[in-house]
Design a protein. Structure first.
Ligand SMILES: C[S@@+](CC[C@H](N)C(=O)[O-])C[C@H]1O[C@@H](n2cnc3c(N)ncnc32)[C@H](O)[C@@H]1O
Length: 234
């Protein structure tokens, strides 16, 4: 066994954290330093873990046209779950909508607050302002993975929505993807976060899970190589 493999084995066994937190804090560092590339390393039971690049530059950029499309037709308060430095909060506020970003990352929340955005540090699973009264909640850029249990997250989101409110979710490119796993964020120098539970689901798994979470899939669309769905409270 190589030294890296032995060290990784030890790290996989550590208590789980949240996306990119702990260890060398590569997520917070990437936000602060405007690094564009990080890697998501995922545990592969029984075989070596593998790391794939993720576009970290997107988190600190403005919402693009595809992101903006998510807010079309939204007329009430918007909750961006796992908002990072707040590009979707900025987009919603720019449309004159009341908006709140929630994120566990102190660095992301500080950056968003310094930019004049309305944000709160905490977990989506904690008690929240306007429980049951959000017109829209967002899970973009992989955030359906938060907590590593998509069904639990969808159920929590249904509780947050107003009657008639919409949950806007970005999905995997792969319609059949349905995976929960332990991951780590890694920077290009090999600095790694602590392990965190994460999930990736496509449209089929979303449809399978929506009903039990109290939601119905009202629409899904592909744009610019990305796949989205709009769910309503059942
Ligand atoms: C992939 S990043 C996406 C950032 C942002 N949505 C964007 O698109 O720019 C995931 C974010 O989810 C946050 N997060 C992880 N677990 C969370 C939780 N339980 N509650 C709220 N935010 C969480 C992380 O801190 C991180 O900022």
């Amino acid at each position: 066994m190589t030294l890296l493999a032995a060290r990784l084995d030890e790290e996989w066994a550590a208590p789980p954290s949240t996306f990119g937190a702990g260890g060398a804090e590569p997520y917070a560092a990437a936000l602060r330093n405007n690094d564009n590339v990080l890697y998501l390393r995922r545990a592969r039971p029984g075989s070596a873990s593998e790391a794939s690049p993720i576009d970290a530059g997107r988190w600190s950029a403005d919402a693009d046209d595809t992101d903006q499309r998510l807010l079309d037709g939204v007329t009430g308060p918007v909750l961006d779950i796992g908002c990072g430095p707040g590009r979707m909060v900025r987009a919603a506020m720019g449309r004159g909508l009341p908006a709140l970003g929630i994120d566990v990352s102190a660095t992301a929340v500080r950056m968003a607050a310094d930019a004049g955005l309305t944000v709160l540090q905490g977990s989506v699973f904690d008690p929240m302002p306007r429980e049951g009264a959000w017109a829209a909640a967002l899970l973009v850029d992989g955030n359906i993975g938060i907590g590593g249990d998509a069904s639990a997250l969808l159920t929590r989101c249904a509780e947050l929505l107003a009657p008639g409110g919409a949950l806007l979710v970005e999905l995997s490119h792969d319609a059949a993807r349905d995976e929960s796993y332990l991951g780590m964020i890694e920077d290009s120098a090999g600095g790694r976060s602590a392990v965190f539970p994460w999930a990736e689901i496509g449209i089929h798994a979303l449809r399978d899970r929506a009903g039990a979470a109290g939601l119905v899939v009202a629409q899904d669309w592909r744009l610019d190589g990305r796949w989205f769905a709009r769910l309503l409270r059942a």
